[in-house]
Design a protein around this ligand. Sequence first.
Ligand SMILES: [Zn+2]
Ligand SMILES: [Zn+2]
Ligand SMILES: [Zn+2]
Ligand SMILES: [Zn+2]
Length: 291
Amino acid sequence: MKTGKCSCGAKVFFDNSQCIACGKLLGHCDRCDEIAAFIPTAIAQQFACSSCGTTTKSCRNRRFGVCNSQVPIDHGKSLCDWCEFTEVVPSLDDHSNVQKWKELEKSKRQLLSQLWTFRLPPHPNFDGDEKPLRFRFLADSVDENGNVVRTVTGHADGIITININEADSVYREKQRIKLREPQRTLIGHLRHEYGHYLDWCIPQSKRSSYIDLFGDPQAIPYSDAMERYYAGQRLHNWRASYVSEYASMHPWEDFAESVNLYLDILAVAQTVTQSSLPREMTIDVSTDDMT
Ligand SMILES: [Zn+2]
Ligand SMILES: [Zn+2]
Ligand SMILES: [Zn+2]
Ligand SMILES: [Zn+2]
């Protein structure tokens, strides 16, 4: 994961909001994309980025503790580039939702930072075709008849919806065991759903090897595949051809699970390169190798 340096010289990390060595404000700069220190200016609530010198103000969501980004004053925005991707946040009347929202934003920021680093959509878009990406973090609700309406985690038309219960580690652990999904994590959910987004984004002209690698999604009705999977009709030797058991359900899930694993491996490699390991032990993950 991305790291940076405070102006006092201390190494700082992706989610840091204040330097424990010198007390300066820390965070992500929307202008230079660095994790940096922010120095108070003569104007109240305005801070200069120690990396690029841009005058910034704090993202509006910083006051909830869910974001550590600084927005350039000349952007004229109150939310940072990353918070703008979130279309719906959970109701903050329930205080426990703030902690869940914080966990969700943290994972979302990790995902977006990784997409930026490796120049994956939506930055830039394929073929100039605008394919917006949005996130909705929603709780279950109750309808007028008193029935619980479940929020289903998934992707549709560029919108990734996550049930905020997934940010509750106890709930997630129970689901992990029940559904036999050993890799079930919050960032894993976001990477998986991003895989569906990517699948939706990629134009037909760039799909020449898709069917060879993942199968023809149109040949297998998704609802049939899902029904069979949850009825226990699963591929026993899935390890021979798939990255996870869930990937064996349908070509769309195979693609999403493959993207999830690919991003996971890239994140590990990026963390290793940014760590203090001796140079000969690091891995080169320059973007030139990712094309
Ligand atoms: Zn410092
Ligand atoms: Zn900056
Ligand atoms: Zn923000
Ligand atoms: Zn899926």
